[in-house]
Design a protein around this ligand. Structure first.
Ligand code: PPE
Length: 306
């Protein structure tokens, strides 16, 4: 349920929640031509801090490139806007949603003279798949819908239109009693979740699909790889994972800004490993939450304090 109040930044102005509206004939409303970020700010022991803001901002500008979107705001302007939105909404922790999209001018597939409108909103968002999911893991199902191929659309750009595929896959899984989907790519190998990257643990080594598997270049994926390697784990981060390897894995988990580190306990009604949160998953999940809550002083460069 969204909070119906607060302040949103739109194209350089701070507007009230109910005034943050767009024209129904905006290009992105018809053609999915938006790009966005999903970022968390944590209520750390050192105060509220946005996690890996610089990397999210890098990806935000990069996601606009394939669509010739001109984001007319600098890094400094978007950073100040984001910090200010968090402050004005009195948020100790927050989920932050920057968005850029082709707005209102003319309709037709070509954006023509449609402006690139930019907004930043923030709101409280707890555990993406529920607190219980973080502790006990979730049931997932491999979707009958395949992920877009990176040859069809730049899957490394966080494009709003891509999430129709994510919705189809996730809703199919939930209709079948699972909590989330795993999506295979065109080749039939494991890509990721609808809104998460995926990791497999086998014999105490970690595996995660490479960027050529039509996945989003996840920032939490990168964080988990770093944390795992710092703890001496071998991480294979450019592999193809077949569907069968999911069922025989010792452990599986999702990573994402919203999902954080969510264990997977069942795939296609087949129990994974110990049937709950695996030991390596728990170790990395604990390391992740210690890091983002600043219970360690590692990676201070990953924190932008509000
Ligand atoms: C397809 C996809 N793959 C991987 C990830 C993980 O990327 P990263 O956040 O950089 O670790 C996300 C983030 N999904 C965002 C949107 C979720 C939503 O429901 O909307 C998020 O986690 O904020 C994806 O959407």
């Amino acid at each position: 349920e969204m909070e119906e109040d607060g302040t949103i930044w739109m194209n350089g102005e701070y507007v009230d929640w109910e005034d943050a509206t767009v024209h129904v004939l905006s290009h992105a409303m018809h053609y999915g031509t938006g790009i966005f970020e999903g970022v968390r700010a944590y209520d750390t022991e050192e105060g509220t801090a946005i996690f890996r803001w610089e990397e999210h901002l890098d990806r935000f500008y990069n996601s606009a490139k394939p669509y010739d979107m001109e984001i007319d705001f600098s890094r400094e302007e978007l950073t100040e806007a984001t910090l200010e939105v968090i402050r004005r909404n009195d948020l100790d922790s927050a989920y932050v949603r920057p968005l850029a999209y082709y707005g209102y001018d003319s309709l037709g597939v070509s954006p023509g003279d449609c402006p690139t409108d930019v907004s930043v909103a923030a709101w409280p968002w707890g555990a993406y798949l529920g607190q219980e999911a973080l502790e006990n893991g979730i049931k997932v199902e491999v979707s009958s819908w395949r992920k877009h191929a990176s040859s069809q659309i730049p899957t490394n750009a966080k494009t709003t239109g891509l999430y129709v595929n994510s919705m189809l896959a996730g809703e199919e899984a939930r209709r079948h009693g699972a909590e989330e989907a795993i999506v295979l790519n065109k080749e039939g190998n494991v890509a990721e979740g609808p809104g998460e990257n995926i990791f497999l643990v086998r014999d105490d080594e970690l595996y995660t699909p490479g960027l050529s598997e039509s996945i989003l270049d996840g920032i939490t994926r990168d964080t988990v790889i770093t944390l795992a390697e710092e703890r001496g784990y071998e991480v294979h981060d450019n592999v193809s994972i077949s569907r069968g390897e999911l069922h025989t894995a010792d452990e599986l988990f999702f990573s994402g800004s919203a999902a954080e580190v969510t264990p997977i306990r069942q795939v296609d009604n087949i129990e994974i490993g110990n049937g709950g949160r695996g030991p390596v998953t728990e170790e990395l999940q604990t390391a992740f939450f210690d890091l983002v809550n600043r219970r360690t002083d590692d990676h201070e460069e990953w924190f932008t304090y509000v």
